[in-house]
Design a protein around this ligand. Structure first.
Ligand code: ADP
Length: 664
């Protein structure tokens, strides 16, 4: 504000003075019963004034009116204010018609705020008063109007209003709640932000003691604190404020004793919701406690070390694990804590890392795991695993290391035991292998021992069959011949299995025609099947592509399956041999309508020497046939399986790859 502009206080005082003077003048005019006197007084007034007749025609104006309105005395006299367009305000207008009678009744109309319009059309805010002038007999004779320019007052008022609004906006938009309490702790003002914080509208709080909104457990302390603040203490404090929904929130209050005219009137202050901060603080505290508990109770030892390899922190678990107290562990030299080999290892790692620190990328991640041997307080040694990472400052400079040390003696022991167990197992396995080899040797020897006389018997008997004339003797010789051939085959099977168990048995793949092989096997078995009163049906495709197979061995498989089908089926039943190409495999199936196999046996019958219990006594066999089939099919890269139900026949099938079965 410019210096020439009056201060608000000055203007307010001036206005008050004007009002008083006005009242005095009005009293004077009212007391004077002559219009002339009125005109005289008006002339001497500092404010713009007019003397009107009862019809509001202007009879006289003073100098101040001329200055304020721009109308000269000559122009104004004889015209009404409305004619001059002095104002648009209703009171002026009404003066012509209705207001005069009421003015006559009332004697005066005072201090009406209006907009005054000058001759040049400009306007200013004015304060108007009208007073009735009576003649000597007391009859209404005319009217005196006084018009004051209140522009300066208005400006100050606006400035005041603006500053009040600004202040209110500030208070109301603060996140903090602003409050005023009287000396009895009754809330006299609270800013609207309290609603957002507590759910209460200001009008629900004003007039009530603030202690009502303090958590019961905090009340006692609050009353004490309130008296301290009243006594002049000024320090923030925290308490729980009861929100409208019944919950409580943590608030921090900052209040000061408030004075008016030197008298203590209460406390003014601010309140801020710190619930989130309190919660975070609490969580931090809990997590700190948790981590402390963890660090103190874990069997792992947590530590920090500076660049001089000096420990700066070690968790209390060190005592439980090594017997050394925290103090000892922090102060003892390395050679009392670790074996010489381990110290050497540590120094080597340290040197490596320091060299990398020079040459490697800045702030690189360091993470190393070492297995070291440490001493315990009683002098014994224990194995420990140390996992360490680099500690860096804000700029990424290495300032030390932190780590976790774990006692791994148990693990080491368990590892050693495992090693021992493994060595034992290996030895046992080797022994088994040796024994199996011996068994194969034995079987070979046995087969040889058996084969020699069987071969001799076969040769002699073949001659006998040829030489004997047709008749009963020749048939007997042929029977013997058949049995010798059977015996020879079984002896060979025995050798095959023994070899297979040792992985010595291998198939020899050659390009061959599977269809031909299937046909030959069927033809070979047909006689046996028919001789048992059964029939053989073949269901083979017209063509099959050539395949890489061990023809002789697969032939054996089919004979075995057909032989079993016949052996385990009653007379009069049908046996089917079928084959089909399924994508890239050849699937061969032998189906019978025989005894079938219970579910529990279906997997095990492919094991060597496994036979279904009932069949053991009734039907001859060693339980080697299917094991041999499995081995041969698997050597072709194929699979063998059975679908069967007790009493409902069986379907044995195998599949071998067609296009990948190339010689190895
Ligand atoms: P073996 O026939 O010499 O006993 P295998 O290994 O060929 O030995 O067969 C094992 C067992 O599987 C047989 O003893 C029999 O119990 C059962 N088995 C095999 N084929 C059939 C079949 N087609 N029907 C019912 N049971 C069978």
């Amino acid at each position: 504000m410019r210096d020439s502009v009056k201060t608000r206080e000055e203007l307010l005082t001036e206005l008050e003075t004007l009002r008083q003077r006005n009242a005095e003048l009005e009293a004077l005019v009212a007391g004077c019963d002559k219009m002339k006197a009125a005109a005289l007084i008006a002339e001497s007034m500092l404010e713009a004034a007019c003397v009107h007749g009862l019809d509001s025609t202007i009879l006289q104006v003073n100098q101040a009116f001329e200055t304020a309105s721009g109308w000269t005395r000559e122009e104004a006299v004889g015209r009404t204010p409305v004619e001059l367009g002095l104002t648009t305000t209703e009171e002026w207008l009404k003066l012509d018609s209705e207001a005069v009678p009421s003015l006559i009744e009332e004697g005066s109309v005072r201090n009406i705020e209006t907009v005054c319009i000058r001759r040049d059309g400009t306007s200013f805010p004015g304060l108007m008063s009208w007073t009735l002038v009576r003649d000597d007999e007391g009859r209404p004779a005319g009217i005196v109007s006084v018009m004051r320019d209140i522009i300066e007052y208005k400006q100050v008022e606006m400035a005041l209003q603006e500053s009040q609004e600004k202040y209110r906006d500030l208070v109301e938009n603060l996140n903090e709640v602003v409050y005023a309490l009287d000396d009895k702790a009754i809330i006299t003002y609270v800013s609207p932000s309290v609603e957002q914080t507590s759910g209460y509208r200001p009008d629900e709080l004003i007039g009530r003691s603030y202690i009502d909104f303090v958590h019961p457990d905090d009340r006692e302390g609050r009353i004490e604190q309130y008296h301290k603040v009243l006594a002049g203490t000024h320090e923030p404090s925290e308490y729980r404020f009861l929100a409208k929904d019944g919950s409580h929130l943590w608030v921090r209050t900052n209040g000061r004793a408030a004075y008016r005219d030197g008298h203590l009137i209460g406390v003014h202050g601010t309140l801020v919701d710190i619930t989130d901060y309190k919660l975070a603080d609490e969580m931090l505290r809990q997590s700190e406690t948790r981590y402390r508990l963890l660090a103190e109770n874990t069997t792992d030892i947590i530590w920090y070390m500076d660049l001089d390899l000096q420990l700066t922190y070690i968790s209390p678990s060190v005592e439980r694990e090594s017997g050394f107290s925290v103090k000892e562990a922090l102060s003892l030299p390395l050679d009392q804590l670790y074996t010489p080999d381990s110290i050497e290892e540590m120094l080597k790692v340290y040197a490596e890392e320091m060299a990398l620190e020079e040459t490697g990328p800045k702030g690189r991640h360091v993470s190393r795991t070492l297995e070291l041997q440490g001493y315990t307080k009683d002098g014994s040694t224990c194995w420990i695993e140390v996992h360490l990472t680099a500690v860096r400052d804000q700029d990424g400079n290495l300032i030390g290391a932190q780590g976790i040390t774990r006692n791994i003696s148990e693990r080491k022991r368990a590892g050693e035991q495992l090693q021992e167990a493994y060595a034992r197992e290996k030895a046992a396995h080797q022994q088994l292998q040796t024994e199996m080899k011996k068994r194969v040797e034995f079987t070979r020897a046995l087969v040889h021992e058996l084969k020699t006389p069987v071969t001799a018997m076969m040769a002699s008997n073949t001659l006998l069959v040829e030489e004997l004339p047709d008749g009963p003797l020749q048939r007997l010789a042929a029977n013997v011949q058949h049995s010798i051939a059977n015996l020879d085959k079984r002896i060979s099977g025995l050798l095959d299995i023994a070899r297979g168990e040792l992985g010595l048995h291998k198939v020899k793949l050659r390009e061959a025609k599977p269809l031909k092989m299937l046909g030959e096997a069927a033809a070979e078995m047909e006689a046996t099947i028919v001789s048992r009163g059964q029939s053989l049906v073949t269901s083979l495709p017209r063509t099959l592509p050539p395949a890489w197979i061990d023809e002789e061995r697969l032939h054996e498989v089919i004979l075995n399956l057909l032989g079993n089908a016949s052996k385990f089926s009653p007379e009069g039943t049908e046996i089917t041999l079928s084959a089909r190409k399924n994508k890239h495999t050849l699937v061969v199936e032998v189906k019978d309508n025989g005894l079938g196999i219970a579910r529990k046996h279906t997997q095990r019958i492919f094991e060597p020497y496994y036979r279904v219990e009932n069949d053991r006594q009734r039907l001859p066999g060693l339980g080697l046939g299917l094991a041999l089939c499995k081995r041969i099919v698997e050597d072709h890269g194929g699979k063998i399986w059975v679908r069967s139900q007790k009493g409902k026949g069986s379907r044995f099938a195998f599949s071998i790859p067609l296009d990948t079965a190339t010689p190895g």
